[in-house]
Design a protein around this ligand. Sequence first.
Ligand code: CA
Ligand code: CA
Ligand code: CA
Length: 236
Amino acid sequence: MNLNKQMLATIILLLATMSHALGHVTGGKLQNFQYNAELAPVAPIVDGYLDDLVWERAIPGKLEQNLISGERWNPSSDFTGSFAAVWRNGFLYIAIKLVDDQLETRQTKLLREDHLLLYVDPHHSGRKEDLYRYEIRIGKETGTLKAPLTRVAWGNDGQTCELSFRLDNLARKGNSIGFSIAYNDVDSGNLQHKITWGPEGYTEETDYLADLVFTAKIEPNRQQKLIQWGRIKSLY
Ligand SMILES: [Ca+2]
Ligand SMILES: [Ca+2]
Ligand SMILES: [Ca+2]
């Protein structure tokens, strides 16, 4: 090995060791972390109650990553949370289930209240930009909604929630958007935890967003035909 090759090998080794030593979640690690939102045969009714058939079938994503410590969060009565997402006719629908031992919703400042923090990045920039951030107060449906968020509905005293985002042709089979969902848990007047859906090691400093991918096991047209056939059959 001549000197140049030796130097090059040393540099490569150093770089490899450095990136490993940093230990942060990088875009690379997030590549394998995604939520598949499946095409729904019928859109859910955005009323805050998760009794729609699509939510029974959707696979939940769990909020079990502590954004402050970077460690896994064990679901407990202190906080347990999950979400599911489906799409239909240009809309993304999100269902959320929350358990929180002390619900704090009567403060004037958002920081002193339990709230959800979502990022929906239709342009798939992959980064946490303010433009894509949605702060959702528990149990509250009033106020102007920032596009493309079109509706927020709560049920079961703030334990269930449904949201809809109008994404038009971005909600199509195979397309990906940036996505994140976290819960800021305020108990006894102080912020206790920030729990998110994310890979191990993911913290507040992680600038990258995971992917939400629009999937469809059956082609939309074929599925629509099947539904129509079901309707026809039910007439007899
Ligand atoms: Ca519903
Ligand atoms: Ca709590
Ligand atoms: Ca709380």
